[in-house]
Design a protein around this ligand. Structure first.
Ligand SMILES: CC(C)(COP(=O)(O)OP(=O)(O)OC[C@H]1O[C@@H](n2cnc3c(N)ncnc32)[C@H](O)[C@@H]1OP(=O)(O)O)[C@@H](O)C(=O)NCCC(=O)NCCS
Length: 259
């Protein structure tokens, strides 16, 4: 069974509580929500759902009250499953704000659309889905990303497309405290979380070169990014963005960006 219990490599002490639902389908392996403070702030409480895609059944959305749009219903099973588990994580995150029945629709750029007064984000990878939902009174944007630590096959691809030579040098200098596969995964994930957090405000696609990783702090579990191009009034060049990260037991990382 997949272990999704997160553990921290940093002073942010582990604090995840299981989420109870009345009837758990075998495809749903685990459901957990961070306790207040795991990500440094009481209102930032991501939800993780561990799942077994092979046990996914197409009746699950109806059973768990997840709206499955026509475009998703027409997709392959793997996509239907990841959409479902991502939306299930979102539903559970919304539930903790008393909004469990809200439908999270799909925006024009595939972004999830949150209820008025809330911000949020969804991620899924392999056997893990994650979501975070926060009140807009606490932050203007939030992004979440889960990634498996890069293996030998994917490392060169990410190295060549997500960071430049100067960023790579910074990441390489972190060993042995952080070996390159983990450091590069964190840089990649932090950039994706930033993209998701800022997309609504920026209003357009922006590539990995739009922000550079300038450091990773394994003690505090943070990745520091510096915006390199003029994204919008809120994110001019030079803006520092901090991504918070957690290492998960199943050799994956979770990053969260909020601003
Ligand atoms: C959009 C993107 C970040 C998604 O990441 P991914 O690794 O493919 O997949 P994840 O599982 O982590 O995230 C997928 C979820 O992101 C969300 N998402 C997709 N587009 C989004 C957007 N424009 N804004 C916010 N969230 C978005 C969706 O909820 C999606 O899940 P769903 O389709 O099931 O609802 C990625 O495909 C992408 O385009 N990356 C390039 C842009 C980028 O990262 N730039 C770096 C800037 S420094």
């Amino acid at each position: 069974m997949l272990e999704t219990t997160p553990t921290n490599s940093s002073p942010q002490e582990s604090g995840w509580q299981p989420i109870e639902i009345s009837e758990r389908h075998p495809a749903i392996l685990q459901m957990q929500q961070a306790t207040a403070g795991v990500c440094g702030l009481p209102w930032l409480r991501p939800v993780l759902v561990g799942f077994d895609v092979d046990s996914y059944s197409t009746e699950l959305p109806t059973r768990y009250g997840i709206d499955e749009p026509v475009s998703i219903r027409a997709s392959v099973i793997k996509r239907r499953a990841e959409f479902f588990f991502g939306r299930l994580a979102a539903k559970l995150a919304l539930r903790s704000w008393g909004l469990g029945e809200v439908v999270v629709t799909i925006g024009a750029a595939r972004e999830p659309c949150w209820p008025v007064g809330f911000r949020g984000s969804i991620s899924h990878h392999g056997q893990l889905a994650a979501a975070v939902v926060v009140p807009a009174s606490s932050c203007s944007g939030a992004g979440i990303d889960v990634e498996p630590v890069l293996d030998g096959e994917h490392l060169p691809v990410v190295m060549g497309s997500v960071v430049d030579a100067a960023e790579l040098q910074i990441l390489q200098a972190l060993a042995p405290a952080l070996e390159l596969p983990l450091a590069l995964t964190l840089a990649f994930s932090a950039k994706e979380s930033f993209y998701k957090a800022a997309y609504s405000e920026v209003g357009r696609f922006f590539d990995f070169s739009a922000a550079a990783v300038t450091g990773i702090d394994p003690i505090h579990g943070t990745v520091r990014l510096a915006v390199r191009e003029s994204l919008c009034a809120r994110f001019p060049p030079g803006t520092v963005v901090i991504a918070h990260y957690l290492k998960l037991l199943n050799d994956a990382v979770l990053t969260v960006v909020y601003y």
